[in-house]
Ligand binder design. Structure first.
Ligand code: SAM
Length: 407
């Protein structure tokens, strides 16, 4: 590692000094990188293709601190062509332009107190290598980068692991991201969204029931990590609502948790004293997580389909609960009758659901009308639909309370 570059990777270097340094001698960075076994750009593109196998070559990509275009070369070799560059140094970008690597180039300083001259929601992918480093960019620049990323877009960057030894600030890089995002509304949500792309891949009508189960079964342990980073408040809001309604139930009431997953809702219900809880889910792997923690009395591995039936007798439960269950690609309102069958007459089905699904899925446009039809048929009565300000990410939700009247 040459001493020249060591000097610039230091927290005492100001943004302007950093850009001046690169502008003075753009070509020497390439020489240096060629000699230093620098694999950042290759690793970023590899990760992009592994994490996001569905990213198409038409995706709009913004390469941040693009420099002389090393990362763009790797992207182009892998079929991506729609790449723009952002860098504070015109001189560095000229090198890239000479080689025709980028469609557009934006010369702009990237600093936490500056807004980039790029419109919101412009890019599918943001890439960066050699960008986050002492004397260069820190995590406080990420919010404005996320702003220019489309919802559901992905930001992938490579960073050296040794920076925490060079800079106290970098010792806290990851935890600062989480802290910063928590303190600026909705940004933790945005971060979760770019990291996991959960919404785009899983909460979609395009997913068949079997594909949905496959998704959850592939990575049950990752589910809890994902939702913890996504501000998922459904289970606790739902448990609270049930407890408030609880004169209707006691701690021995028989409860069936629908699409129980790893048991997040049951844990919350237990905090309110409910003990007699069974679980049903199409994914054995998800339920295994819950079983290993002894959360449920009985578990049923079963798909829930509008034209199917559950391996449970009629009129078995006092209460059916569900959080994260009714969603595009998961359960739709046409499954409600299948579920009501196992509920005792007079029993309740209470669930939490994210608001706005009707904008994403034509089938969700008829969610409430389908419930009205059950009411008109004398099968059930909707006792309440309560708005909750936070359900998942920065979105609110609703708690539905449906009483079964007859079979
Ligand atoms: C978002 S998770 C919710 C888990 C849990 N209720 C929670 O709040 O954390 C959705 C769960 O629904 C299950 N699931 C999705 N579609 C299903 C279906 N058609 N039949 C049975 N289970 C299904 C998945 O296996 C997954 O465990």
């Amino acid at each position: 590692m040459s001493g020249k570059f060591d000097r610039i990777i230091h927290e005492s270097v100001t943004p302007v000094q950093c850009v001046d340094f690169y502008s003075n001698d753009p070509v020497s960075l390439d020489d240096h990188n060629a000699l230093s076994n620098y694999k950042g750009p290759e690793e970023v593109v590899k990760a992009l293709m592994e994490i996001e196998p569905k990213v198409e070559n038409i995706a709009r990509i913004l390469d941040v601190c693009a420099g002389t275009g090393r990362l763009a070369k790797v992207l182009i070799n892998n079929g991506f062509h729609n790449i723009d560059a952002l860098d504070g140094s015109q001189m560095m970008l000229e090198e890239a332009l000479r080689q025709g690597l980028y469609k557009n180039t934006v010369v702009s300083m990237i600093q936490p107190d500056l807004r980039l001259p790029i419109a919101d929601d412009s890019y599918d992918v943001i890439t960066a290598s050699g960008t986050f480093a002492p004397g260069h960019l820190f995590s406080d620049c990420i919010p404005d980068l996320i702003r220019v990323l489309k919802p559901g877009g992905v930001m992938i960057f490579a960073m050296r692991t040794s920076y925490e030894k060079l800079s106290e600030q970098f010792g806290n890089f990851d935890s600062n991201i989480l802290r910063d995002y928590e303190s600026c509304q909705g940004m933790l949500a945005a971060l979760a969204r770019i990291m996991y792309n959960f919404d785009r891949d899983v909460v979609t009508d395009k997913l068949s029931p079997d594909e949905c189960i496959k998704y959850y079964s592939k990575q049950p342990e990752r589910y809890d990590e994902d939702v913890e980073a996504s501000n998922y408040k459904g289970p606790e809001e739902l448990a609270r609502a049930i407890a408030e309604f609880s004169p209707a139930f006691d701690k021995n009431s028989r409860i069936l948790d629908i699409c129980a997953g790893t048991g997040r809702l049951a844990k919350q219900l237990k905090n309110f004293g409910f003990e007699n809880i069974d679980a049903l889910d199409g994914s054995e792997a998800m339920l295994k997580e819950a079983v290993s923690q002894g959360i449920y009395k009985n578990t049923f591995v079963s798909m829930i389909k509008s034209d199917g039936t559950l391996p449970i007798e009629n009129d078995s439960y006092d209460l059916l609960t569900a959080s994260g269950t009714f969603a595009p690609g998961h359960l739709y309102s046409d499954c409600i009758p299948v579920l009501l069958r196992v509920l005792k007459p007079g029993g309740m089905m209470i669930w939490a659901m994210r608001e706005g699904y009707e904008k994403k899925s034509p089938q969700f446009e008829k969610f409430d009308p389908d419930i009205e039809a059950l009411e008109q048929a004398g099968k059930a009565k909707l006792l309440g639909k309560k708005h909750i300000p936070l359900y998942l990410y920065e979105d609110g939700g609703f708690i539905y309370m449906l009483k079964k009247l007859s079979n």
